[in-house]
Design a protein around this ligand. Structure first.
Ligand SMILES: NC(=O)c1ccc[n+]([C@@H]2O[C@H](COP(=O)([O-])OP(=O)(O)OC[C@H]3O[C@@H](n4cnc5c(N)ncnc54)[C@H](O)[C@@H]3O)[C@@H](O)[C@H]2O)c1
Length: 290
């Protein structure tokens, strides 16, 4: 998609003032798009939309619980009721994660169910609610979903519910990409891959997360939400499946090279039928539960 002027962009998971969802919404608004901020927290989303409007953007807030199919259908009805169309759908919401019970030696079914419903089924419900209408309109469109290195790059084995659902989101979007391609659709699919992003309450909190990740062997770098938003915009403009730092990105070279190494060793491990040690990464579950 090249011309974004007046296009309608729906973003989920948008309440955090330092979050990736809001940064993406602002990035598209700066290109003249009309914005829908969707979130389970209606008041928070309205506060963000009001801020965007006060800066001269066209933005509305809508409540949606992405774990609830009916709520997501109602979101699409409200978007089409208000704007009559959707061009870009960004499925960026995520369930709260990292608590006790995500370890698999004694897994908490409630934690698994929440992650599966919000992270994975929320994306399926989003596709169900929007994609048929986007296809029927016959206009150019784009559907992006946010994954994570946790499941997309090797496996962050310490947090099963997060890693498994983020891995599943990559497969989901690959399936959607292929099916849209086969249908000759003007709607495309892609994935957003943030690094450790400065979305935490303060820069210092984010620095501590980066330091914690590095202590577990991950060459994490401090990524700003605006960088992730630029990756998302670039993917839509260029028609790329990959909204992530390019292999030439000097600022994140260490991470890019670490990812490449994981992909290579994973492929070799699978072919050789070796144990998965080479592509399991990150802190153990007892460290995450602190
Ligand atoms: N922050 C990072 O370092 C990082 C790294 C890799 C991937 N990601 C991914 O990027 C995305 C955004 O991350 P973030 O840190 O900005 O997130 P965040 O935690 O700031 O925001 C998540 C949003 O999702 C909303 N939400 C939670 N449950 C919901 C539900 N049932 N229905 C609708 N909305 C719901 C929350 O209210 C919140 O606004 C997520 O998908 C996350 O997994 C983040």
């Amino acid at each position: 998609m090249r011309d974004l002027e007046q296009k309608v962009v729906v973003v989920t998971g948008t309440v955090n003032p330092r979050g990736i969802g809001l940064a993406i919404a602002r990035r598209f608004a700066a290109r003249g798009c009309r914005i829908v901020l969707a979130d389970i927290d209606a008041e928070g989303a309205e506060a963000r939309a009001a801020e965007m409007r006060s800066e001269g953007n066209e933005a509305i807030a809508l409540r949606a619980d992405m774990s609830d199919h009916a709520s997501v259908l109602a979101l699409a009805d409200a978007v089409y009721g208000h704007f009559g169309t959707t061009h870009v759908l960004v499925l960026n919401h995520v369930a709260p994660t990292g608590g006790p019970g995500h370890g698999l030696l004694d897994p908490d079914p409630d934690s698994w169910e929440l992650h599966a419903r919000v992270n994975l089924l929320g994306c399926v419900y989003g596709i169900k609610a929007f994609v048929p209408r986007m296809l029927a309109a016959g206009e150019e469109g784009y559907v992006l979903a946010t994954t994570s290195g946790a499941g997309g790059t090797g496996t962050m084995y310490g947090n099963g519910p997060y890693a498994v659902t983020k891995s599943a989101i990559v497969s989901l979007m690959e399936c959607l990409y292929g099916q849209l391609r086969d249908a000759g659709a003007r709607v495309a699919a892609g994935t957003i891959w943030p690094g450790v992003t400065n979305t935490f309450p303060s820069d210092e909190d984010t620095r501590q997360v980066v330091a914690f990740m590095r202590s577990s062997g991950l060459p994490a770098t401090f990524t700003e939400p605006q960088e992730v938003a630029q990756n998302a915009l670039d993917a839509v403009l260029s028609g790329s499946f990959w909204a992530r730092p390019s292999v030439d990105d000097e600022a994140h070279r260490e991470t890019v090279e670490w990812e490449a190494q994981i992909y290579r060793t994973r492929a070799e491990t699978l072919i050789a039928r070796d144990a998965p040690d080479a592509y399991l990464w990150g802190p153990a579950s007892d460290l995450l539960a602190r």
